[in-house]
Design a binder for this molecule. Sequence first.
Ligand code: TPP
Ligand code: MG
Length: 503
Amino acid sequence: MDGANLLSKCLKEQGVEYMFGVVGFPIIEVGVAAQSHGIKFIACRNEQAACYAAQAIGYLTRKPAVCLVVSGPGLLHAIGGLANATVNCWPVICIGGSSDLDQEGRGAFQEWPQVESARLYCKYVSRPITLQAIPLHVEKAVRSCMYGRPGAVYLDIPGNLVLSSIEEEKIPSAAKVPLPGPVSVPPSSILQSAMNTIQQARKPLVVIGKGLLVNIEVLLDKIIYNDILCRSMASARSFALRECDCIVLIGARLNWILHFGLPPRFSTDLKVVQIDISAEEFHQNLPTSVPLLGDIGETLSTLINYAGDWKFDENSKWMKDLITNAEANRLANKCFIEIEVFNSLKYLNVSRYFFRQTVETMAADHTIPLNYYAAYTPIREFLAQNDVIVINEGANTMDIGRTMMPSTLPRRRLDAGTFGSTMGVGQGYALAAALFCRDYTPTTKVLVVQGDSAFGFSGMELETIARYKLPVVTVIFNNSGIYRGLLPEDMKAVDGDPTLQLV
Ligand SMILES: Cc1ncc(C[n+]2csc(CCOP(=O)(O)OP(=O)(O)O)c2C)c(N)n1
Ligand SMILES: [Mg+2]
């Protein structure tokens, strides 16, 4: 058996179903072999998009998927995707072909220190140097990307291994990685302490991370399930964060998204009860009052048993204040959204001001150029009637999309996520979502809403989506640029060389 087939066989046996990539020297045979072993191979236009697609399908299927790249520039193009997977805690295995071992350091074709390059962006990197080693390296790659906090791993395959052969009886076997991985729960004393802290809180707030797999509806007794049920306080976000005295973090991290947990967005004497799978996450930016180290689902269901018949008082002032604040923000003509406006055509030296405008008023305003809220309104209506995986990307397009396309089901929204506003994820995520829907949930639709700049980062993958006949609808909000875009008068104002004018 040759290396390409051995690698593919091992991946298949470990449960890999999808491989995205761009083939070429020295891994073209790996793509072919993968298909002959029943792994679906999707030939992308660029390694970065392939890596985004592989991690998105890993997140959606909860199984490891592969991004296959060629040596040197192939791997380097995928690096952004690897970083994105690790920051978002999504599993992905990148397999990179590399120069033949005996050419190392001699100026080989596309030679690059690939293992060192990938290390910073991955949980784990490895390079088998014999065919016998491949089964164990694949096993560890799968285990590393899926167990604990998921993330990216890199497997470097020297070109000479791909075509050389080994007798089958000489191949050592590797155990199949049990998935999902083993889980743990915190000791009972810590669980009791967490429940005491929650029960003593006068103004508790629960914040849930996007990776939570458990059925939160059952576990939290329908208290908090999605963005739009009335018990969700998303509409009272600023008030709830500022006023709460105890925050229960369920898989969410105290990073930029939650303003690091610090004043003035939070009170100074905030108590933090945190459930996380990774011990390093505790005491991040401020001390954790009760760190619950363990699997989120198991820990949560165990913790709820400690509550007995206790429930937070529905009639407390805190609940009333939250509901009042949230409803005030939701109501027509009072649903204020901050919209950033530049008072100058120039991006530099702009003095910004904020004005408040009602969503409904703007949604009804169909003057040209169409504003975001008016453009989003038919989309919002479509989403209310259909089960859709939404991919949302852009600056204003994404920010306003969060308001106008509320999530109602888990794992139905893919956007830039924890990293910030990574542009380029859109069409790769759409490719993955479309395959996921085709193979697992055929009645679910895939809708991409992207800014025009965002689309430009990975637009060629639209061809990939079309080539595989996948049903994806892409809507582009075209304002001729980033954030505010360009108006026709801006274009007219360009006088001479456009590269010298900050329009
Ligand atoms: C990889 C990457 N490069 C550059 C940026 C900087 N950036 C932030 S948003 C954005 C594009 C936003 O424009 P568009 O997608 O058209 O959305 P709009 O704000 O116009 O709705 C860019 C380039 C980024 N976030 N990520
Ligand atoms: Mg734009």
